[in-house]
Design a protein around this ligand. Structure first.
Ligand code: S3P
Length: 444
């Protein structure tokens, strides 16, 4: 739906993409660096922080909860924390805008403190489920004083005076859910354990260790992990270098694959194995993706990646891979449309509760541009014909990743592809249109 304040944009076919770019810092790590910095007594320095709206909202929430958060340069931030259990009661509701991650992680961090806080967000976030995160936190001693109808925001939470450690098996493969329980468990005596049937991104576990907490991670079943946190640690300040976000790199990466003659280099992209499902899948499709230099930054491997335009072939993407590429399906669907043959992406139930119903929005994005696509149960099935007719106007539904995926699709379309609103791109990838133009894209 287009409203008066929205800003549309159109992508057109132009020459090849070429150049070398570094996309902004990883969103998951940026949120966690601010939150854990705020739970640490002393000063934490962060460099490469993503200065997107989602992360800025988390920084504002940390200030409202009593931490001193300062921007000391481009991407350079300093947090003087209050320690585990040390948050003070915020005077106003905490507004997380479009960000499920910021909201759910901070709900977890507050649940272990004896304060009351109200959590809110924009129209997209107000549609997303919050009960899934409140249920375990209530078991840990927090009280949900108010929850809007349907288990949605706004939520008012009273944190536990004496948090209780639990053993928790999340009902969905969700790093946000796992992280909320672990952050609440910081305040609990003894061990808080999360047993996940499918391993999800492990940035919280890694960063808790980086800040001095004791965290044990063991394999569980075929694809899962058992994570045990020893509660009430004395978190010690630690500097964080935020690597480039693989979920943002995915957009120029697929652009370079589908725009004929392209060759680009993406610098310093995080290679955490729980985030690289898209690279695995694109390589199975035949993509020319080369890892150049690899190194390690703050406990995460990073690489420069060279991508060359390649003819792609459709593949079957197994459901257990979904947690390692959960944010990448809209852009994978674009690659699938330009591929030859059928791509079936399996087990995408969680996409229905993202910034939009991303399963429906992705299918509509393709269909509206002449691509044959079907939703079968929780699977997305795309018939790749090696080209995309284009000519559609894509409804982004307040979803940054739908907007960016649609614009990338237009860069090689027979006709241009328009999106109704690029405003939400700034939540995760400020400067996206300019960076794409610097590579040769025609976005206007
Ligand atoms: C995130 C976890 C994922 C992902 C989101 C970031 C995180 O959500 O979609 O963009 O930083 O923990 P879920 O945990 O709900 O799958």
């Amino acid at each position: 739906m287009t409203d008066l304040a929205s800003s549309p944009m159109t992508a057109r076919r132009a020459g090849p993409c070429s150049g070398r770019v570094r996309v902004p810092g990883d969103k998951s790590i940026s949120h966690r660096a601010l939150i854990l910095g705020a739970l640490t007594v002393g000063k934490t320095q962060i460099s490469g922080l993503l200065e997107g709206e989602d992360v800025i909202n988390t920084s504002t929430a940390m200030r409202a909860l009593g931490a001193l958060v300062e921007r000391i340069g481009e991407g350079r931030w300093q947090v003087s924390g209050v320690g585990v259990g040390g948050f003070s009661e915020p005077k106003e509701p905490l507004d997380f805008g479009n960000s499920g991650t910021g909201c759910r992680l901070v709900i977890g961090a507050v649940a272990g403190c004896p304060i009351t806080a109200t959590f809110d967000g924009d129209a997209s976030l107000r549609k997303r489920p919050m009960t899934r995160v409140l249920d375990p936190l209530v078991r840990m001693g927090a009280r949900a004083l108010h929850v809007a109808e349907g288990g949605r925001l706004p939520v008012t939470l009273q944190g536990a005076r004496d948090a209780i450690p639990i053993v928790y098996e999340p009902p969905a493969a969700s790093a946000q859910l796992k992280s909320a329980v672990l952050l609440s468990g910081l305040a609990a005596p003894g061990e808080t354990t999360v047993v996940e049937a499918e391993a999800t991104r492990d940035h919280t576990e890694r960063m808790l260790r980086h800040f001095g907490a004791e965290v044990l991670v063991e394999p569980f079943g075929r694809d899962g992990r058992r994570i045990t946190l020893v509660g009430q640690p004395e978190l010690v300040p630690a500097n964080v270098v935020v690597p480039a976000d693989p979920s943002s790199a995915a957009f120029p990466l697929v652009a370079a694959l589908v725009v004929p003659g392209s060759e680009i280099i993406l610098e310093g992209v995080m290679m955490n194995p729980l985030r690289t499902g898209l690279l695995t899948t694109l390589r199975e499709m035949g993509a020319s993706i080369e890892l150049l230099t690899t190194r390690s930054d703050s406990g995460e491997d990073v690489a420069d990646i060279r991508v060359r335009a390649t003819a792609l072939t459709g593949v079957d993407v197994p459901a257990p891979r979904a947690p390692t590429m959960i944010d990448e399906y809209p852009i994978l669907a674009v690659a699938a449309a330009y591929a030859h043959g059928t791509t079936r992406m399996r087990g995408l139930k969680e996409l229905r509760v993202k910034e939009s119903d991303r399963l429906a929005a992705t299918a509509a994005m393709l269909r509206g541009n002449g691509v044959e696509v079907e939703i079968v149960g929780d699977d997305l099935v795309v018939q790749g014909r090696g080209h995309v007719p284009g000519g559609g106007i894509v409804a982004t539904h307040m979803d940054h990743r739908i907007a960016m995926a649609a614009l990338v699709m237009g860069l090689a379309g027979e006709k241009p592809v328009a999106v109704d609103d690029i405003g939400f791109i700034a939540t995760s990838f400020p400067g996206f249109p300019d960076m794409m133009r610097s590579l040769g894209a025609d976005l206007a």
